[in-house]
Write a protein that binds this ligand. Structure first.
Ligand code: 5GP
Ligand code: MN
Length: 341
């Protein structure tokens, strides 16, 4: 089992030994793992007698809005004053599923100002060292699995109820591509088995996350697939979505989730990337995926102000959509050997 290290677990126990006001923070544009891990941890802390609140940097897609106690989440973009107060008043701050304050948008200055001790639980590469307790393990598939191990280290597995199980199951399912990515281990399956025993309904959760597309989303997927370009020489697929294509198909937050994976389903593909224009923020949002040892984390860190994991990363570009794609194509020759290995 990937338990927390004893030293970290002891510090965590100490910090939680009396009732505290706790803020729990996911990264900006939170995904299933960010929301599953924060909401699962929140419910556990409340059962332990703490006053715990999830404060998200911004709103998230509809397909996450059925999660247990989702309605309690404070979103900084919608309720900035309450979000700021909650962070200012916190005795303790958990940061989940990210490891650098720059990942939490407009919450960054509030976190930097806080004098509360931080506890990081995260599985991304190159953690920053702002936390009193850093539980960082890049080998674990999901932060939600790490929350399970943290509860385990605290002797709290018996407190997992249907709601906690549902939250953690959701995070593990979404971050493993439904248990198929290479980060999925026998331990992951043991954790999942335990979560199902404690009430997680696997079929229902899968449906609630994946079978809620609007007709518009499927039309947008049609546009994305039609725009897909495959660069044989580099075993690389890329997709573009321009702002006008998003607008023409009634784009809503979360609609493009998963599109990038279609590129990787091409036979022989080693890397897939999607470029999504966001005129409002004046950026192109980028998602990258790879197979095998090719690190999209490194590529994104170097070229797209981003990062993530070896096989899944994100980033952004301040150039136009057209120039971003041209830049991407211009850097590929330096990766040709690795992409053909
Ligand atoms: P996605 O492509 O699904 O948005 O993100 C893939 C992975 O990369 C996730 O683990 C996510 O946390 C990380 N990620 C996404 N965007 C960024 C970014 O702009 N910067 C960094 N450092 N990581 C990102
Ligand atoms: Mn994650």
């Amino acid at each position: 089992m990937h338990l927390m290290k004893n030293a970290e677990a002891d510090k965590l126990k100490e910090l939680l030994n009396a009732p505290k006001k706790i803020a729990i923070i996911p990264h900006k544009n939170p995904d299933g793992d960010a929301m599953g891990s924060t909401l699962g941890l929140r419910r556990f802390l409340i059962k332990k007698g703490h006053d715990a609140t999830v404060v998200s940097p911004n709103d998230y897609p509809e397909f996450l809005k059925w999660l247990p106690d989702e309605g309690t989440v404070i979103k900084h973009d919608l309720q900035p004053e309450i979000a700021a107060k909650t962070i200012e008043n916190a005795d303790l701050i958990f940061t989940l599923d990210f490891n650098h304050f720059s990942r939490c948008g407009d919450l960054q200055p509030l976190l930097e100002k806080s004098s509360a001790p931080f506890i990081m639980i995260d599985h991304h590469q190159q953690p920053n060292d702002y936390a009193m307790v850093t539980y960082s393990d890049v080998s674990i598939c999901a932060t939600s699995q790490m929350v399970y191990h943290a509860l385990e280290a605290l002797g709290g597995l018996d407190m997992i109820d249907k709601d906690i199980a549902t939250c953690l199951y959701t995070g593990i399912m979404t971050d493993t591509g439904s248990f198929k990515f290479s980060s999925t281990t026998a331990t992951t399956h043991r954790v999942i088995a335990h979560l199902i025993e404690h009430g997680a309904n696997n079929t229902q959760i899968h449906e609630d996350i994946y079978d809620t597309s609007s007709h518009n989303r499927l039309k947008l997927l049609g546009v994305a697939l039609n725009n897909l370009v495959y660069l044989n020489e580099y075993n690389t697929a890329y997709i573009t979505l321009a702002q006008e294509e998003l607008d023409a198909n009634g784009f809503e937050k979360g609609d493009t989730e998963g599109f990038v994976n279609y590129g990787l389903s091409l036979k022989g593909a080693r890397m897939a990337i999607i470029f999504i224009e966001n005129k409002q923020e004046g950026i192109v949002k980028i998602s990258l995926r790879s197979k095998g040892d090719f690190s999209v984390n490194e590529l994104s860190r170097k070229h797209f102000h981003g990062g993530g994991h070896t096989n899944a990363a994100g980033g952004k570009s301040d150039r136009s959509l057209k120039d971003t794609v041209a830049y991407f194509i211009s850097i590929l020759p330096q990766y040709k050997k690795a992409l053909n290995a």
